[in-house]
Structure formats: structure tokens, C-alpha cells
Design a protein around this ligand. Structure first.
Ligand SMILES: [Zn+2]
Length: 219
């Protein structure tokens, strides 16, 4: 299958906006993609909408661990965890504020059909604020069993997948006691998605709209 490269535009860094409802969402959903982007010229804005002080610090550490060379700006907010739908207007304001100071090429964020109400609220609002970006909606395994048909795959080497899981354990110690937080869930999901795209491991995303320009860059 033809793979479309994701690279920095000529003469400037790739601008990434990564949004999470909770402090570990971005890395669970797209940690492998982040590790891949860590090698290119990258300007990244992280926005995490809920979290205690402890978990916000974990989110900051994770951002720096997954993207050690990026030009990073990190915003951690403390909107109501598990009740983001009640803060719909505030979430929209946050996204609108971000859009005024950040014009990303790529957005990674939850999906509008995610079963978790906090994730879903963000997914529903992304395209009401950002309309000129490639938006890849990541998936997060959960007891609701909402994994769905993805449209975009990011293959991961075995070492990248293992590095992702290693960093998840290291960066989010507050989550280690959760019964779903283990290598088998993370690597099992990655193996399933890898099988679907003929790689060993992969992350998968939903993309509702993308633009393809034939020919050399800038043509
Ligand atoms: Zn979450």
C-alpha cells in the first residue's frame, strides 16, 4: 500500500496540536505517532483539559518524554473530569482561544464517536473550531468496547511500540494500579491495528476529511 509521508513543510516546522481530555489520552492514543514525529522539525501545542495537579505534572513530563526535541507549549486545565459535557461552552472557548494563537497543520484529538463523554465532547467540538487542518482522531481502549473502523494507520516498529509502553508506565505512575493499564492491552491493541495495515504494530485513527495534492511538494 502506498504510504503518505508526514513531514515538516518546506522552510518551517510541522505544527501539531495535540488535545486530550485526560492527562494520558494523547500518549495512549497517539504515542507512537508522537515518537515518529520526534525525529522531525516540530512545533507542538499540548492542551489537556482536566487533571489534578499530580496528573497535570505527569502530562507535562510525558509531553517532554515523547517529544524531547520539539518546540513545546503545554496548557493543562482543570475542567470537570468525567463531566466535560457540562462544560461544553468552556471547552469551546478553550479551543477557540487555542485557534487564535495556534494554526496547526495537524490536530490529534479524540473522536466525536468515542464512548467516553469527555472524549466525545472534545471530538464534537474540534471541527466547529478548526476547519483547515488535518484532524486525526485517536482511539483509546476502554471497558465500553468502542473500538471502531479506523481510516488511517500509523505503523510502529516493535522497538517503537515497546518504547511507547515503557514511556506510558514511566510517565503516568498514578495510573499503574488500574486493572486495564498493562502491556497486553496496549500492545494487543497495537498488534491488532498492525495486522490490519500489514505491519506488526500500529496506531489507528479516524480521519473524516483529507486533501491530497498530486505532484512534487509545493506544486
Ligand atoms: Zn481519557
Amino acid at each position: 500500500m502506498l504510504s503518505l509521508p508526514l513531514q515538516a513543510p518546506a522552510g518551517r516546522p510541522l505544527s501539531l496540536l495535540a488535545i486530550g481530555a485526560h492527562p494520558d489520552d494523547i500518549e495512549i492514543g497517539a504515542g507512537g505517532l508522537l515518537l515518529g514525529l520526534a525525529e522531525i522539525d516540530l512545533k507542538a501545542r499540548y492542551v489537556v483539559l482536566t487533571g489534578t495537579a499530580e496528573r497535570q505534572q505527569e502530562a507535562r513530563n510525558a509531553a517532554h518524554s515523547f517529544l524531547p526535541r520539539a518546540d513545546l507549549t503545554i496548557d493543562c486545565l482543570d475542567l470537570p473530569d468525567r463531566r466535560l459535557p457540562t462544560a461544553w461552552g468552556r471547552v469551546k472557548e478553550v479551543l477557540e482561544d487555542v485557534s487564535r494563537s495556534c494554526s496547526p497543520d495537524l490536530i490529534i484529538a479524540p473522536s466525536s464517536d468515542d464512548a467516553h463523554q469527555d472524549h466525545r465532547t472534545i471530538g464534537e467540538l474540534i471541527t466547529t473550531v478548526f476547519r483547515d487542518q488535518l484532524y486525526l482522531a485517536y482511539e483509546i481502549p476502554k471497558w465500553d468496547g468502542d473500538i471502531s473502523r479506523p481510516s488511517v494507520y500509523v505503523p510502529m516498529s516493535v522497538s517503537t511500540a515497546q518504547r511507547k509502553v515503557e514511556l506510558l508506565h514511566k510517565c503516568f505512575p498514578s495510573q499503574r494500579n488500574r486493572d486495564w493499564w498493562d502491556d497486553e492491552v496496549f500492545l494487543g491493541m497495537a498488534r491488532l491495528r498492525g495486522m490490519e495495515c500489514r505491519a506488526h504494530y500500529a496506531e489507528a485513527f479516524r480521519c473524516a476529511r483529507s486533501v491530497i495534492v498530486p505532484g512534487p511538494p509545493g506544486a
